[in-house]
Design a protein around this ligand. Structure first.
Ligand code: ATP
Length: 246
């Protein structure tokens, strides 16, 4: 069966800075994969490469068996950005944010039809944001904001979801709602790649984990990948113990 994501030996430079070094990852359909690495290890660059926003100098990237730009234009890739990448002052409601996920379904007019409105309301309900739907996006809490962007992916009917730090600054309820939804997406055949510093959450959430430090150091079962000696290799310390040591 075609892989959801197949990155082979991708190298990316920003000027003279090496951000990805012959990185290879494979993501199967129906699975959740956690992407773990320290700040600056290339996680966002890997996402951008998969979305076709950054073109690798060498290597190849296939998404649903096709090139990333085509996959993104077809609406197959849903993206939940890092907080820093969003203009929270933009005058747009939560419902309108979720509706942007329907653009690919609307054709040139971008005029929502009944099916689009229904998809948006269903997605809002699944992330428990129906009551917040008319509020300006920036007025939501951190966890609610993340849930709004997850709802956008659901409304989009993306079969690949990329989430950049979805648990950063998020309350427990939002984390649980998002985790449950991602599992459902995978159980229905979707594929989820999620970068996170929340290593404790990963074994319950992910089928696979990837350790990234410009290179892919390891990809495999989260229990195995998150062994202290492997984390020490990626972080230079064991981040599982960071809180206890502090
Ligand atoms: N547009 C850019 N121009 C120049 N350098 C960049 C650019 N984007 C990222 N970098 C650099 O590339 C490296 C990888 O950055 P990237 O954002 O992919 O890391 P990351 O793992 O997502 O980090 P974080 O966890 O802090 O978000 C870093 O050294 C970063 O400074």
């Amino acid at each position: 069966m075609t892989l959801a994501i197949d990155v082979a030996n991708a190298t990316v430079h920003y000027g003279s800075l090496l951000a990805l070094d012959k990185a290879s990852i494979q993501l199967e359909r129906g699975s959740v994969c956690g992407l773990v690495g320290m700040n600056g290890s290339g996680k966002s660059t890997l996402f951008k490469t998969i979305m076709g926003l950054v073109k690798p100098d060498t290597g190849s990237v296939l998404v649903n068996g096709t090139n990333p730009l085509q996959a993104r234009k077809s609406g197959a890739i849903g993206y939940v950005p890092q907080n820093e990448a969003v203009d929270w002052d933009f005058p747009i409601s939560v419902r309108e944010v979720v509706m942007t996920g329907r653009y690919g379904h609307m054709g040139f007019t971008r005029r929502p039809r009944k099916a689009d409105h229904e998809a948006v309301e269903q997605a809002l309900a699944r992330v428990e944001l129906t009551e917040q739907a008319s509020r300006q996006i920036g007025q939501l809490s951190g966890g609610q904001k993340k849930r709004a962007f997850v709802a956008r992916c659901i409304a989009q009917e993306a079969n690949i979801m990329l989430l950049d730090e979805p648990f950063a600054g998020v309350d427990k309820r939002s984390e649980a709602t998002i985790t449950k939804l991602l599992r459902e997406v995978a159980d229905q055949g979707g594929s989820v790649l999620i970068s996170t510093h929340d290593l404790h959450a990963l074994p319950n959430l992910a089928d696979q984990a990837i350790l990234l430090m410009r290179k892919v150091l390891m990809q495999g079962d989260p229990q195995l990948v998150l062994q202290p000696e492997n984390l020490a290799m990626a972080f230079g310390l064991d981040p599982m113990n960071r809180g206890e040591d502090a």
